[in-house]
Design a protein around this ligand. Structure first.
Ligand SMILES: *Cc1c(COP(=O)(O)O)cnc(C)c1O
Length: 452
């Protein structure tokens, strides 16, 4: 896809449409001097160089990459109109696109009914799910694993609900015995299960926790903000295939959150929340005097906590899904490549004398640390931090990230390393660009070299 060509087509298409309404002059207050703009743009693009190269295979750090060109074209084209998806009056076309794209997400998880919408982020999407949880089980709290996203605790606080962190097992998954013990107290109304933790990419056993929750009359929310699209690899033949059980059970969860701005090739500003029971829409109070007048159809603002939202986000997702739909053959191929990259690197690290795997990757997050003498947490921490910093400044750089592993979690996986500190930073690479697959041997060689 030639982005320059399509951005030209985008402005032309919107201009052609605008012209059908007749000519008018731009107000002088909005006119800017071309030379002034040239200078400002020069400074602007100069300042943007203060970034890490998220687009490049040598960037193997955090969960960051640019959107697909189809998303860029979809976003920018719709943004020239700037529809607001809170109401049909704000943008009928992009509201319809949002409904269609959300229905594709719901179908991907096997929901046969749903009520859902896009949000500005996974955090807001989770807030909505927990808000509905509170309305359905007033006075009861929320359980989530200690490795769940930190914003669950924050949003419980916002909602005035009690959050109950549950310990994780030696793979970073919610500990089922600990969960059951907590559920027996009757204090919990909803369990959050994470399908792909942000730190390690661990998948809570949804298929085992769900019946447990049901036995105790507890609702289940699946936070698949990061991992959700990996459901496309469930049961797939080949090394990238994932054990299907947890993914298949997600269809029975009461609500699901997924972030198209993580693995859905979208720019930031695109999360999504899905409810299995459309009837939960009744919890959203909406008596707005100045919107919702042209149609008796449901407006997206009537079923979301946010008001204004970029219609352009829905446009970008819709256009992307026309080309790379959330199916095995479509977006699944993108995720498969990242997954194969993670497996390949895990193999290379396993046979390395300089690096050690922290744990086997379940998705596309690889966690590892340098082999050090003396073998202590303090030495691991120091060496990891040094490799992170050196990696960015050497010629032929690599960009990694670090993850803080606490003493208990580290010792559960690597009892031979002396636990002389409360925690240690380890190295972490999210291989979410499919190109990583073809560069991982080189990245590995660079990181090995950096161990000194
Ligand atoms: C990223 C993430 C979130 C938060 O989503 P944002 O879009 O960053 O607000 C929540 N849960 C999980 C599991 C995540 O990975």
């Amino acid at each position: 896809m030639d982005l320059q060509h399509w951005l030209g087509r985008a402005t032309q298409a919107i201009q052609d449409w605008a012209d059908t309404y007749g000519p008018y002059d731009t107000h002088p207050s909005l006119l800017v001097d071309e030379n002034h703009f040239t200078a400002a743009f020069g400074e602007f693009t100069g300042r943007l160089k203060d970034n890490y190269p998220f687009f490049h295979p040598r960037y193997a750090g955090q969960m960051l990459k640019p959107p697909h060109p189809a998303a860029v074209v979809g976003y920018l084209t719709a943004m020239l109109i700037n529809p607001n998806n809170h109401a049909l009056d704000g943008g009928p076309a992009t509201a319809a696109m949002e409904r269609e794209a959300v229905a594709q997400l719901a179908a991907m998880f096997g929901y046969d009914t749903h009520l859902g919408h896009l949000t500005t982020s996974g955090t807001i999407a989770n807030l909505e799910a927990l808000f509905v949880a509170r309305e359905l089980h007033p006075g009861r709290g929320v359980a989530y694993s200690a490795d769940a996203h930190y914003t669950h605790g924050r949003m419980c606080h916002v909602l005035g609900m009690k959050g109950h962190p549950v310990p994780t097992d030696s793979q970073g998954r919610i500990h089922l015995d600990a969960l059951e013990e907590l559920l027996r107290t009757g204090e919990v109304g909803t369990v959050v299960l994470t399908a792909g933790t942000t730190g390690l990419g661990a998948i809570d056993p949804v298929h085992l926790a769900l019946p447990l929750a049901r036995r105790h009359g507890v609702r289940v929310h699946v936070d698949a903000a990061y991992g959700g699209f990996f459901t496309l690899l469930a049961g797939v033949d080949g090394p990238e295939g994932l054990p299907p059980e947890p993914w298949q059970s997600i269809a029975q969860a009461d609500s699901i959150v997924i972030d198209p701005h993580k693995h859905g090739l979208q720019p930031y500003g695109c999360g999504a929340v899905l409810f299995r029971d459309p009837d939960v829409g009744r919890f959203y109070l909406h008596d707005s005097p100045y919107t919702y007048f042209t149609s008796s159809e449901l407006h997206l603002g009537e079923i979301s906590l946010e008001c204004s939202r970029a219609g352009a986000s829905a446009a970008a997702l819709w256009l992307t899904f026309q080309l790379l739909p959330p199916t095995r053959e479509g977006l699944g191929q993108v995720l498969a490549a990242g997954r194969r990259a993670a497996l390949r690197w895990a193999d290379l690290i396993t046979s390395s004398s300089r690096l050690e795997l922290y744990q086997q990757p379940e998705l596309d997050v690889v966690t590892y640390f340098p082999i050090v003498a003396p073998a202590t947490l303090t030495a691991v921490d120091t060496a990891s931090a040094r490799i992170l910093a050196d990696g960015m400044t050497t010629p032929d750089p690599v960009f990694l990230s670090t993850l803080k592993a606490d003493r208990e979690a580290f010792s559960a996986r690597h009892p031979k390393i002396t636990a002389d500190a409360d925690s240690a930073r380890i190295l972490r690479s999210v291989l979410m660009k499919p190109e990583s697959e073809h560069h991982i041997d080189h990245i590995h060689a660079r990181v090995e070299h950096l161990t000194g």
